[in-house]
Design a binder for this molecule. Structure first.
Ligand code: TRP
Ligand code: SF4
Length: 333
């Protein structure tokens, strides 16, 4: 029995940070055991929001993100790791899907308006950006993925993907008494701990509030020192309120076994914030140590990531080109 297939992806718009690790990549690493995994750098998707900025940095971040993925445990021997733009079939399927997608489905997609609101500094009233979820549907359907590990924010895109698969199957296959072309993928929702940025806003490169996987021990210490704590605790003798404290939130994600005692010590003012942060920094440095080591090894061989992506694209294209062939036969045949 072959393993069920999954596909997931990430946009290379910045360095990979701890939020990406606990929110996605740790899970991707686990899934390698039971699934045939495809992990993709969505560089065309990145271009849709970054086209007015330094577009060359998308490529730099793409290579850097893949280095971090592999440092964190993705195994190119078991998973297909590739760049979206190395597999032109994504664009071909995107075009085919665009012929059958009613405009209203895209206009109604909640992420469309949300992103425009959130990224006000960018002009996202483009033709491509409206079709963002459609390219994502192509990413998934091209590999006939049975499941897609995503966060809750991506559920509307998964629903759209399923609807488009259904419509394509109906128009190009069922209606003409041909075999179903594409399976409808399931969302594979895992409830992840939510990690906020140093300033308690969403962790994001654009807020400059992230701890990156590639940060040195010194950088991690400095950043943890800057973290917001319980705002009502001014002096060390004031009782703290762990629930209000972002540092405590990090303990909940990375050291749940330490939280009971910490909450008590904080509340009774037995633990000071400086010491509390120092221990957190040590903990984060320890957790990320193997990643830094692995990263150093990878960086010894400047060709390694390129070669990995070249091989990944080759494997991806084998499957992608077969799917395109089947769909074209159904359309023109
Ligand atoms: N839209 C996804 C995100 O921002 C990235 C993405 C692109 C993706 N293509 C995908 C995720 C295919 C899952 C499957 O997180
Ligand atoms: Fe936060 Fe720790 Fe200070 Fe309590 S002691 S307020 S948990 S940093």
């Amino acid at each position: 029995m072959s393993k069920p297939r999954i596909l997931s992806g990430m946009r290379p718009t910045g360095l990979m940070h701890l939020g990406h690790l606990v929110g996605a990549v740790e899970n991707w690493v686990q899934l390698q055991q039971d699934y045939e995994c495809f992990y993709m750098v969505a560089d065309w998707h990145a271009l849709m929001s970054e086209y007015q900025n330094d577009t060359a940095s998308i490529k730099k971040y793409a290579y850097d993100n893949v280095t971090d993925w592999i440092s964190a445990g993705l195994d190119p021997g078991r998973s297909v790791i590739f760049l979206q733009s190395d597999v032109p079939e994504h664009l071909e399927l995107h075009m085919i899907l665009s012929t059958i997608t009613p405009l209203g489905w895209l206009e109604r997609c909640p992420t469309y308006k949300e992103q425009q609101q959130e990224l006000k500094d960018k002009d996202l009233s483009t033709y491509a950006f409206l079709g963002y979820p459609l390219l994502q549907a192509a990413d998934i359907l091209l590999y006939k993925a049975q499941a897609v590990p995503v966060g809750e924010d991506q559920l509307p895109h998964l629903e759209l993907t399923r609807e488009i698969a259904r419509r394509l199957n109906y128009l190009f296959a069922l209606k003409k008494n041909k075999q179903v072309l594409l399976p409808e993928p399931e969302a594979k929702l895992t409830r992840f701990p939510r990690l906020l940025g140093l300033d308690k806003r969403k962790m994001s490169k654009s807020y400059d509030n992230a701890i990156n996987l590639s940060d040195s021990s010194d950088e991690i210490s400095k950043k943890v020192n800057l973290m917001f704590t319980d705002p009502s605790r001014i002096k060390k003798t004031d009782p703290g309120h762990p629930a209000e404290c972002n540092v405590y939130g990090y303990y909940k994600v990375f050291a749940i076994d330490k939280t009971d005692k910490l909450a008590e010590d904080c509340h009774n003012a037995r633990m000071g914030c400086t010491d509390c942060k120092k221990s957190l920094a040590d903990l984060l440095i320890e957790i990320t140590k193997p990643f830094r080591q692995k990263r150093k090894n990878i960086e010894q061989d400047p060709e390694y990531i390129k070669k990995t992506l070249r091989e990944g694209a080759q494997k991806a294209r084998q499957i992608a080109s077969q799917t395109i062939k089947e769909i074209k036969e159904a359309i023109w045949g």
